[in-house]
Write a protein that binds this ligand. Structure first.
Ligand code: G3H
Ligand code: 13P
Ligand code: ZN
Length: 309
């Protein structure tokens, strides 16, 4: 099956009250772990690539690995640019075969965000590619950009109709209190479901995207701490909140940190138990397996997108 866009996936997810998992990929083991779980659970899939991932692995390697996964699994897969910061990177990904891009204009003024997003939409739609925009700003760390809690801002529901109408975006990421990385809340986790509800009311049937949606699974944080790491206070979004978001207008849930934690915890454990090992296959194999089981868990128990193809 060739790469697909997210249009049909989101339509079905919206109607079915579930969400599609958008997993960040950086290398072969991560791609294999994710796609093997999705194949076994018959789940549609979004594989997303950040600017940092493109720099690390090179566009062509990631593209060819994803093509290999398509041949291996025959799954409907979207390849998506995560947090494109300008027109040039979106254009490069569209020209380079991605079927979806995010233009993240959330750091700009409302008018400049609209202008930039509209420019990407025009280029993308002419080439059959879909576009995710962002309104409101998440806290946390992505690549080299660290957005402090003070600079983060919730999405204003009164702006979403105008933004969607004037830009022509196909989906919209909103800020309701999640953040990127492994330290999402100090104290009790709280999300602004009232904002999500109001956005859903104003944009009926329109797919909403939730970034910063890792649960920072305690089992992996504990393993990292046990085997020499230091992640005190790490905390993510509780799974029941993600399930609630998926039953509302959220059709795409972004997960990166949980994959990193699963991989790192497994590798730390491996070396604690086998300090003399120096064969990368010996530690990457259990890491890939941990990613696979994590993604299976997300698909079946959090996203609800199993058996949807
Ligand atoms: O939203 C950001 C993702 O977690 C990607 O992180 O930019 O370090 O690859 P990265
Ligand atoms: P996490 O850091 O919560 O995994 O969020 C990832 C993300 O939003 C990628 O765009
Ligand atoms: Zn994000």
């Amino acid at each position: 099956m060739p790469l697909v866009t997210s249009t049909e996936m989101f339509k079905k997810a919206y109607e079915g009250g579930y969400a599609i998992g958008a997993f960040n990929v950086n290398n072969m083991e991560i791609i294999q772990g994710i796609t093997e779980a999705a194949k076994e659970e018959r789940a549609p899939l979004i594989l997303q690539v950040s600017a940092g991932a493109r720099k690390y692995a090179k566009h062509v390697y990631l593209m060819k690995l994803i093509e290999a996964a398509l041949i291996d699994t025959d799954l409907p897969i979207v390849v998506h640019l995560d947090h494109g910061e300008d027109f040039e990177i979106c254009k490069a990904c569209i020209d380079g075969g991605f079927t979806s891009v995010m233009i993240d204009g959330s750091k700009h003024s409302f008018e400049d965000n609209i202008k930039l997003t509209r420019q990407v939409v025009e280029y993308a739609h002419d080439r059959g590619v879909v576009v995710e925009g962002e309104l409101g700003r998440l806290a946390g760390i992505e690549d080299d950009i660290n957005v402090s809690a003070e600079d983060a801002s919730y999405t204003r529901p009164d702006q979403v109709e105008e933004f969607v109408e004037r830009t022509g975006v196909d989906s919209l990421a909103i800020a309701i209190g999640t953040s990127h990385g492994a330290y999402k809340f100090k104290g009790e986790p709280k999300l602004r479901f009232d904002i999500l509800e109001e956005v859903g009311r104003r944009l009926p049937g329109f797919p909403i995207v939730l970034h910063g949606a890792s649960s920072v699974i305690p089992e992996f944080v504990d393993m990292i701490n046990k085997y020499g790491g230091q992640m005190p206070g790490a905390q993510g979004v509780p799974e029941d909140m993600l399930r609630k978001a998926a039953s509302m207008a959220v059709c795409k849930i972004n997960i990166d940190s949980d994959l990193r934690l699963a991989m790192t915890a497994t590798i730390r454990k491996h070396f604690a138990e086998k300090p003399g090992d120096f064969d990368p296959r010996q530690y990457l194999k259990p890491a890939r397996e941990a990613i696979k089981e994590l993604v299976r868990h997300k698909i079946v128990h959090v996203l609800g997108c199993n058996n949807k193809i």
